[in-house]
Design a protein around this ligand. Structure first.
Ligand code: EPU
Length: 433
């Protein structure tokens, strides 16, 4: 049996004291860079990306791209991909099974190679996470789907067909995969009920810079003219800031900052979150690229209901951090998770910490506050709930030990170092098992 290096965080709670101070810069967006890396497969040449977060998910997609024949290297926040030599369209089994985002590669691989094979993509345990919408929309573009030895095998005879695609659910990665497949189709494809997340706008901007003809990204109807493969440009593309990371720092700051400035972000991507926190009593100021959050007087924050929704609604990826915030607000809050069916299970651990949370069904919990939280031993179940536990542990009284921090590292670069720079007492330790 091989030894596995497991890491954990030891976190000293601030007992609700608002003492964090300083400035923290937001990294490039995980959920923008992953589809953009997939989009680099449409460019048989070099792609240079700036503002790439140094996170495990980027390393994993890099590894898959290398397996396809691309050359990939990362130096700091600059990532270079040379996809000239791509000659294989079989996605690495082990990595794809562990990373849901690997499914985005299907679109550009069908466009470039006319085929792709992959296992059922894994990832965080948020619910069933089927891939039916990928398969049925590819089929409308002329793709045949079969299953061989536990892998999906997708192929197209000749060129992809331009199609009129209606997405039953405005899925983010389905929208991205279809947009990229349509680049190689003959004619104009239309994606209706498309997702409108800013990461889709960023992907479209990257593809457009390389010669794609994409209209309507950021609206529910996207049109793509088939142009064939795209061209390398010598100018690097700068990935958008991570709105979920910025939102997480904002929620942390709302609970525990004397004053923190969150830089390199776009507050317009967080309008609903900022609006709700302000309504609740958090003093927040914004500039076009930063957010400043300060402590309020002694008045407790007031509670509010949260219903997750596709953009520009409340992001499901901030549902866990905002639930931690609501445990410290006065009143009752209904948190309704509408996107994923298993994304509220972490609330059991908040209850162990002292929160008053009642689960009505897998989609809805009632949070009554404020209740002081106590440090505990915790294990992060997914990237976002893992970070929510860091926030809860910092707000709590006493020490917490959070294991499974590899999951947090998948989405947040050196989060412990950055929180320490704001005055948090958080240390990382390794245990070999
Ligand atoms: N869905 C289907 N069939 C499909 C595809 C999706 O039923 O073929 C359902 C999902 O099960 C879910 C709903 O559609 O109930 C919406 O999910 P979506 O497909 O939009 O999610 P995703 O594209 O898999 C991306 C982000 C997630 C984020 C969601 C929602 C990436 C790489 N991932 O996932 O990010 O939560 O959109 O905004 O962009 C994270 O970063 O921690 C994360 C989970």
């Amino acid at each position: 049996m091989s030894l596995q290096n497991k890491e954990s965080f030891r976190i000293a709670g601030l007992s609700g004291t608002k003492s964090l101070r300083g400035s923290v810069a937001v990294s490039g967006a995980k959920n923008a860079v992953l589809p953009i890396m997939a989009g680099a497969l449409l460019i048989p040449g070099k792609t240079i990306l700036h503002n790439v977060p140094v996170i495990d998910d980027v390393s994993r997609i890099s590894e898959i791209l290398r397996g396809l024949g691309a050359e990939v290297s990362q130096e700091g926040t600059t990532l270079t991909i040379d996809a000239s030599g791509v000659s294989n369209s079989d996605l690495n089994n082990d990595i794809s099974k562990r990373l849901r985002a690997s499914v985005i590669l299907t679109g550009p691989l069908l466009a470039r190679m006319g085929s792709v094979s992959f296992p059922h993509p894994g990832g965080c345990v948020l619910g069933a996470r089927p891939i039916d919408l990928f398969l049925e929309n590819f089929q409308k573009m002329g793709v045949t789907v079969s299953e061989e030895e536990g892998r999906y095998v997708l192929s197209v005879n000749g060129a992809l067909k331009a199609a009129d695609l209606f997405l039953r659910i405005p899925s983010v990665t389905v929208t991205e995969a279809m947009m990229m497949a349509a680049i190689a189709a003959k004619g104009t494809s239309v994606i209706k009920n498309a997702a409108m997340e800013p990461e889709i706008v960023d992907l479209a901007a990257f593809l457009t810079k390389a010669g794609a003809k994409v209209r309507g990204a950021g609206t529910p109807t996207i049109e793509v003219d088939g142009t064939g493969m795209l061209s390398s440009t010598s100018e690097p593309y700068t990935v958008m800031p991570d709105r979920i990371e910025a939102g997480s720092f904002l929620i942390l700051g709302s609970l525990l900052a004397e004053e923190i400035e969150i830089t390199n972000c776009n507050p317009l991507h967080l309008e609903i979150v900022i609006d709700m926190l302000k309504q609740s009593g958090v003093p927040i100021e914004t500039t076009p690229t930063s957010i400043i959050v300060r402590k309020n007087g002694s008045k407790p924050f007031s509670s509010f209901n949260v219903k997750t929704h596709e953009y520009p609604g409340f992001p499901t990826d901030l549902q866990a951090p905002i639930t931690v915030f609501l445990t410290q607000c006065e009143g009752e809050a209904l948190v309704h998770e509408t996107i994923f069916e298993a994304r509220l299970n972490y609330t059991q651990d908040l209850v162990r910490m002292g929160a008053n949370i009642t689960m009505f069904d897998p989609h809805r919990v009632l949070v009554k506050g404020p209740t002081p939280l106590k440090g505990k031993e915790l294990e992060g179940p997914d990237i976002r709930a893992g970070l929510a536990f860091v926030i809860a542990a910092l707000a709590a009284e006493g020490e917490s030990v959070l294991s499974n921090v590899q999951l947090i590292d998948r989405g947040y670069a050196k989060i412990d170092e950055r929180l320490r720079s704001l005055g948090a007492r958080i240390t990382r330790s390794s245990v070999c098992e």
